[in-house]
Design a protein around this ligand. Structure first.
Ligand code: UDP
Ligand code: MG
Length: 138
């Protein structure tokens, strides 16, 4: 058993389109536990920290503008191999490549507006959970 906790964001497009419940429901049905949830508007400073790995890339300015454009739902999701498991429920980064059955494959068509973020490694999960749940998780 490898129980992990990962950070998910339902991005502004997902919240705006009323898909937050759908996303949460998919995680719950798969068998993961919700350990934390926060609806917040991300500041530019937090966006810069969260997406630090992408600083300098051509899409970075639009990425920061987009992620700060409206409320996001930040979730701490826990379960067996949750980091990889959540990434596979999300589908490929570009919805053009995401398989039907995945969140992005079923609900998105655009790379920039692909509904969800999920941590991609244990180190990312630890860092990102610290950014969005600085008081720790219950
Ligand atoms: N993104 C983009 N253009 C690109 C690559 C990425 O707009 O050429 C956006 C996309 O919304 C993606 C986010 O930047 O979800 C972060 O990119 P990453 O490669 O980390 O993908 P993810 O981990 O979200 O699948
Ligand atoms: Mg990523």
């Amino acid at each position: 058993m490898t129980i992990e906790t990962t950070l998910v964001l339902v991005k502004p497009d997902g919240v705006r389109r009323g898909l937050a419940g759908e996303v949460v429901s998919r995680f719950e049905r798969r068998g993961y536990d919700l350990r934390g949830a926060r609806l917040l508007k991300i500041s530019r400073a937090l966006a810069a920290e969260h997406y630090a790995e992408h600083k300098g890339k051509p899409f970075y300015p639009d990425l920061v503008s987009f992620i700060t454009s409206g409320p996001v739902l930040a979730l701490a999701v826990r379960g067996e191999n949750a980091i990889l498991g959540i990434r596979s429920l999300m589908g490929a980064t570009n919805p053009a490549d995401s398989l039907p059955g995945t969140i992005r494959g079923d609900l998105a068509t655009e790379l920039a507006e692909n509904i969800v973020h999920g941590s991609d490694s244990r180190a990312s999960a630890k860092r990102e959970l610290g950014l969005f749940f600085p008081d720790g998780l219950v």
